[in-house]
Design a protein around this ligand. Structure first.
Ligand code: 13P
Length: 262
């Protein structure tokens, strides 16, 4: 069984002091709604903005462990790249994972599959676990292109990676039309795409990759619908935007994940 994974992508929200307050509050609140700090069955990942990573790490309590993730990186280690942040810099701050290829980066900041591939390699070289996002636009879905778009993104972003590399990766399926819209995919729509992605991993790399890589769903996940997504055997967890910013709603989702049978 793959361990469930709940990722909070804070996007461009919370200052460093707000991040510290959030982490303290989450650790206080979580047991009250039934979430434990145990990471045995559910891994919790928090992805604050760069400027709040250190504060979030400092605020962590031993009773409520989480994995710290960044939301992006640049593939070079250092140099004249104004405004960019490298994998060794993130690693030194205590990050263990990094979200790459988010659709907001693709749409607003020009991230392309080839560059995302370089970012994944840089992350792996420095011991950061990549969380790779893929997903189709509404126009793609309406044109019946969902499968070809997401498998195309997967193939290009994972080009030349070894099967062992793949085992360190997490994939997040985030349909662009479901992000921040309140219009989540149905469990069946998400499960169908997850199955396709898993088949590509197993046939393009090796069977273990298809079996072991965790595939998350993201797009308007809330405390109301999270239980249904997480109960699907195809869905190993959730990548959460809006609903992760409030400690109560995030803790509620964690509790739902922990209450499910293994
Ligand atoms: P929402 O949960 O706000 O739809 O955002 C999803 C997302 O983009 C997480 O990366």
């Amino acid at each position: 069984m793959r361990r469930r994974l709940i990722v909070g992508n804070w996007k461009m929200h919370k200052t460093a002091s707000e991040a510290a307050a959030f982490v303290h509050r989450l650790a206080e609140l979580a047991p009250a709604v039934g979430a434990t700090g145990s990471t045995e069955r559910v891994e919790v990942v928090l992805a604050p903005p760069f400027t709040a990573l250190h504060a979030a790490a400092q605020a962590a309590a031993p009773s409520f462990p989480f994995t710290l993730a960044a939301q992006n990186l640049f593939w070079e280690e250092h140099g004249a790249f104004t405004g960019e942040v490298s994998a060794p810099m993130l690693k030194d701050l205590g990050c263990q994972a990094v979200i790459l290829g988010h659709s907001e980066r693709r749409q607003l900041f020009g991230d392309r599959d080839e560059g995302i591939n370089k970012k994944i390699r840089a992350a792996l070289r420095h011991g950061l676990r990549p969380i790779l996002c893929v997903g189709e636009s509404l126009a793609d879905r309406e044109a019946g292109l969902t499968e070809s778009v997401v498998t195309g993104q997967l193939a290009k972003c994972l080009d030349s990676l070894s099967a062992d590399d793949l085992l360190k990766l997490t994939i997040a399926y985030e349909p662009v039309w479901a992000i921040g819209t309140g219009r989540a995919a149905t469990v069946a729509q998400a499960a169908a795409v997850h199955e396709t992605l898993r088949t590509v991993l197993a046939t393009g790399w090796k069977r273990e990759a298809g079996q072991q890589v965790r595939i998350l769903y993201g797009g308007s996940v809330t405390p109301e619908n999270a239980g249904a997504f997480l109960a699907s055997p195809q869905i190993d967890g959730a990548l959460i935007g809006g609903a992760c910013l409030d400690p109560h709603s995030f803790a509620t989702i964690l509790a739902l994940a922990q209450a499910l049978p293994a």
